[in-house]
Design a protein around this ligand. Structure first.
Ligand code: PNW
Length: 484
């Protein structure tokens, strides 16, 4: 198989903590999500909607062969998944096992597991795309120095990334450093609804500072990404080839009305939601609107750092789900102080409402976003996540939930938009990974929201394909020649 061939990647995405379960198998130690989902019972605090955690999830650490067979049956030629940091690096002996460089040693059992997993994927003709960090920071590093809040994280992340590149570089040609740093910084340190649950809101969190920590954390995330890429380009790429980028999440900001000021508000929204990360990485500086809003709360890069950050992604990794109508009048800095709504001036809704409040289906916004990214950042785009949680389906019996009409309609719109962007607009889109292969642990929503194209019966762990899986399989069969 020629791994470097530029075929359009079609497949599904997942993340380790959302599917693996078996939290202590293979020497794994806790991540901040284990801690967050197991608050002291005496406190009465619950951080997930159903009080549940990823302890079991979809049991994919045990059922991985079945998951791969499912991918194959869905016609996927690629799979985007993440590795669990604490299965790759051994944190069992705090300081004890550290090597001369003061870093924790590799966890051979975990590395062996992921290699077998990769080999099985490749045997089945499925090209792996690895995400290094999908939100499961080692709790040991949170305790040691405050995790992402401290610059020491840059060295530890690079150390973890090196371990993955060296262990899997012969098999993996598509690398993603971080998944959605906006969510990490804002949901984890601004609103405190994701691990590690820090916020200025004392009703939510005993510690935290939402006006400073998210910007510091984001800065350290960007640096961590960049130094991992530097190592990859100097040491791995010359030997094994492959490409690497960060994956950013973005919604598309649509001006609420046609006043010229409102177009500027929309741009400010894009700057905060996306440019915060994309501008340093692709252009070499933070957006001016962000600097104007935050003053010296926005950290600076040194000349040496920015030289490493600028140009540190080979492609544009994009997770996108929705669009918002935006206008002046918001207060939240993380969104660029824009006011957002799904209701048009005439009272109609932008699209079909999902189970989660932040998501409505609006495919034309996806096409606009793809065009904006190509024009603004000028890199081939890998769509690394896109999907829908149909409203109310969590309450349905399995026989009904598998006929997921709203999800099929969502995918019909979004897959058409991708083809329009490619063929009519000339945007180089290189992949489409739907979120998600399976219903799974949906972070703060626990198991109350289902994003899968496969229904998971959590009692039996049996998997049942939904209509959306059949829809996407056929879409790719019909168009597989086209995107290439
Ligand atoms: C993504 N928002 O998260 C994640 O990468 C997945 O792990 C997750 O399961 C999926 O989307 C579905 O939620 C997001 O509030 C979470 O805009 C929240 C938002 C966006 C993406």
């Amino acid at each position: 198989m020629d791994y470097s061939a530029q075929v359009f990647l079609f497949g599904y995405a997942t993340a380790a903590y959302q599917i693996e379960g078996s939290p202590s198998a293979l020497n794994r130690t806790p991540s901040i999500w284990d801690t967050f989902t197991h608050p002291d019972p005496a406190s009465g605090v619950k951080h997930t909607a159903d009080g549940l955690s990823g302890d079991v999830a979809t049991d994919s650490l045990n059922r991985w062969k079945e998951d791969i067979a499912l991918l194959k049956s869905y016609g996927a030629n690629s799979y985007r998944f993440s590795v669990s940091w604490t299965r790759i690096i051994d944190f069992t002996g705090e300081k004890k096992g550290k090597d001369a460089g003061g870093l924790d040693p590799p966890n051979e059992a975990g590395i062996k597991f992921y290699r077998e997993f990769l080999e099985e994927l490749i045997r089945n003709g499925i090209t792996p795309a690895i995400t290094l960090y999908h939100w499961d920071l080692p709790q040991a590093l949170e305790v040691r120095y405050g995790g992402w809040r401290d610059k020491r994280i840059v060295e530890d992340f690079a150390h973890f990334a090196k371990a993955c590149f060296n262990a899997f570089g012969d098999l993996v040609k598509h690398w993603i450093t971080l998944n959605e740093p906006w969510c990490v910084a804002v949901l984890g340190y601004g609103y405190g609804v994701f691990a590690p649950g820090r916020s200025s809101d004392r009703a939510k969190s005993p510690e935290g500072n939402s006006s400073t920590e998210p910007w510091i954390v984001a800065h350290n995330l960007i640096l961590s990404h960049a130094y991992a890429v530097k190592y990859f380009r100097e040491n791995i790429k010359p030997v094994h080839g492959g490409e690497i980028a960060v994956t950013l999440d973005s919604l598309w900001c649509i001006p609420y009305d046609d006043k010229p000021e409102t177009a500027q508000v929309a741009q400010r929204g894009m700057d905060a939601r996306l440019g915060w990360f994309a501008d340093p990485i692709y252009k070499g500086h933070y957006p001016a609107s962000l600097k104007a809003m935050l003053g010296n709360r926005l950290p600076d890069f040194s000349a040496e750092e920015i030289a490493v950050v600028k140009g540190s992604s080979d492609f544009f990794g994009l997770n996108t789900y929705t669009s918002n109508l935006v206008q002046e009048g918001g207060t939240e800095e993380f969104n660029g102080k824009i006011k957002t709504t799904f209701t048009r001036p005439d009272g109609t809704q932008l699209g079909t409402q999902a189970q989660v409040p932040w998501l409505q289906a609006y495919a034309p916004g996806f096409r606009s976003l793809l065009n904006y990214l190509w024009k603004t950042y000028n890199k081939p785009i890998y769509v690394t996540e896109n999907g829908f949680a149909a409203k109310g389906d969590v309450a349905l019996p399995r026989e009904e939930a598998v006929h997921d009409t709203d999800r099929v309609e969502y995918y019909r719109g979004y897959t058409s938009a991708i083809l329009e962007a490619i063929h009519q607009d000339g945007v180089p889109v290189k992949s489409y990974f739907a979120w998600s292969l399976l219903d799974n642990f949906e972070w703060a929503e626990g198991y109350t929201v289902r994003f899968g194209v496969t229904y998971v019966d959590y009692e039996t762990q049996k998997r049942y394909p939904k209509d959306s899986a059949r829809f996407l399989k056929k879409w790719y069969e019909d168009h597989r020649q086209v995107p290439e």
